[in-house]
Design a protein around this ligand. Structure first.
Ligand SMILES: *Cc1c(COP(=O)(O)O)cnc(C)c1O
Length: 401
């Protein structure tokens, strides 16, 4: 996990030694997000992707307000998936016209907020479009609308598929022509298409294949609708490595493929803004979940290290956030870096359930009570994707360093 440097035996979070950071935060457990890593992730993407590609941050990966403020000037737009995320986005420096709102089953109140703020609504169903038109006619706010398309292909080797087959997301590609009359209503300002096929993908070849499919489908729909696309949001789904054997996604082949597609479809999309929306890839590797060892015990030949944090704060690291087979996240004893490791131990949290597991049979330097345990790759889908009320233990806090 070389995005974090070390000094002596200390893990550094944006130059701050972990022991000092624990003192500064005033409690364990906590989440720490490293600004320099986020900045580096975005700079590297920008350097590799064609300049024409716009980069959006999908807030649901990590909606900490300070982090959104930090990212806002580094990206071209924000994607939100709830009214609370919309408020965060509107509080940031990003212009409302560069904010889009996706997600099935948006409530009238949410749609009304979206209309009044002038953001783009990614329409997930024909019925949702009808509701938007009715609300727009009532309120007089013109609706900036993009269609989310459920493509007729899948993103292969994806951790989570969100397109292809039958889906609660988007309008089936073959059904789009049916809603053309709705798009021509005077209250509708049709902006473009949104095609998000899946999440947590580590295969550049699969992402390239999806991008080819997305460009072809978008060109076909544009022809069917005979409407200009101000933007084409091609989703994202760029993954990060969590488990042994997984490697960092290579952006270069994706960038090369995109460059080719932009050339190939130059006449169709000459005036179209092409957007990639990423959550995890921008922030996931920048986050640590930090807890402290409260007890160490032996049970029938095995060593259990118990920390003051656990699955209630970090469901994904415990293996209970959609994983089929539990695997260990990368974990370090953050105040004992660069020391030889010993026998395997198991690290658990304090909850009264065997699901509360943070590291199963992993090898670390000699652990003592008071040591600091850091779980890497915790910047996305951690704090807000965990059942923090479960067992009513103290809440973790979040810091941006
Ligand atoms: C969740 C989501 C994202 C972000 O996915 P990541 O895997 O975190 O990059 C982007 N767009 C939409 C529509 C989403 O639902």
């Amino acid at each position: 996990m070389d995005q974090f440097a070390t000094a002596g035996h200390q893990l550094l979070v944006n130059q701050v030694p972990i022991t000092q950071l624990v003192d500064r935060v005033g409690q364990t457990p906590f989440y720490a997000y490293d600004r320099s890593v986020i900045k580096q992730n975005i700079a590297q993407l920008r350097a590799e992707l064609p300049g024409k590609i716009k980069l959006h941050y999908a807030i649901k990966a990590n909606p900490m307000p300070a982090l959104i403020d930090f990212i806002a000037p580094l990206v071209d737009g924000l994607d939100v998936a709830s009214s609370a995320e919309l408020i965060h986005a509107l509080n940031s420096s990003v212009a409302p016209t560069q904010v889009s709102f996706a997600g099935p089953g948006k409530r009238d109140a949410e749609l009304q907020m979206a209309l009044a703020s002038g953001i783009i609504i990614n329409i997930e169903s024909e019925n949702e479009l009808k509701r938007v038109i009715a609300l727009s006619e009532q309120s007089g706010y013109r609706a900036n609308v993009a269609l989310r398309i459920n493509p007729d292909f899948e993103l292969k080797s994806s951790g989570m598929k969100m397109g292809g087959g039958a889906q609660q997301f988007g309008i089936d590609a073959e059904a789009v022509v049916n809603i053309l009359p709705l798009l021509q209503q005077p209250s509708v300002n049709f902006r473009g298409l949104h095609i998000f096929t899946g999440s947590q993908n580590l295969s550049a070849a699969s992402i390239c294949e999806a991008h080819r499919g997305i460009f072809a489908l978008a060109a076909k729909i544009k022809q069917q609708l005979k409407l200009d696309l101000a933007h084409l949001n091609i989703g994202g789904g760029f993954g990060i490595p969590y488990f042994p054997g997984e490697t960092v996604l290579d952006i270069k082949p994706i960038a090369t493929e995109l460059k080719g597609l932009l050339e190939q479809y130059q006449s169709e999309f000459a005036t179209t803004e092409v957007i990639i929306e990423l959550g995890r890839f921008l922030v996931g590797n920048a986050g640590l979940y930090v807890s402290r060892v409260t007890d160490i015990k032996q049970s029938r030949g095995e060593t259990f290290v118990i920390v003051d944090g656990g699955m209630h704060h970090h469901l994904a690291a415990s293996g209970n956030f959609g994983q089929v087979i539990r695997k260990n996240y990368p974990v370090a004893i953050a105040n004992k870096m660069n020391l030889p490791t010993g026998d395997n131990v198991t690290i658990t949290g304090p909850l009264c359930t065997p699901l509360d597991l943070l590291a199963k049979n992993m090898s670390f330097p000699q652990i003592e009570v008071g040591d600091i345990v850091a779980i890497y790759q915790s910047g996305a889908y951690g704090f807000t994707a965990s059942p923090r009320e479960f067992l009513s233990h103290p809440q973790p806090i979040e810091v941006l360093v």
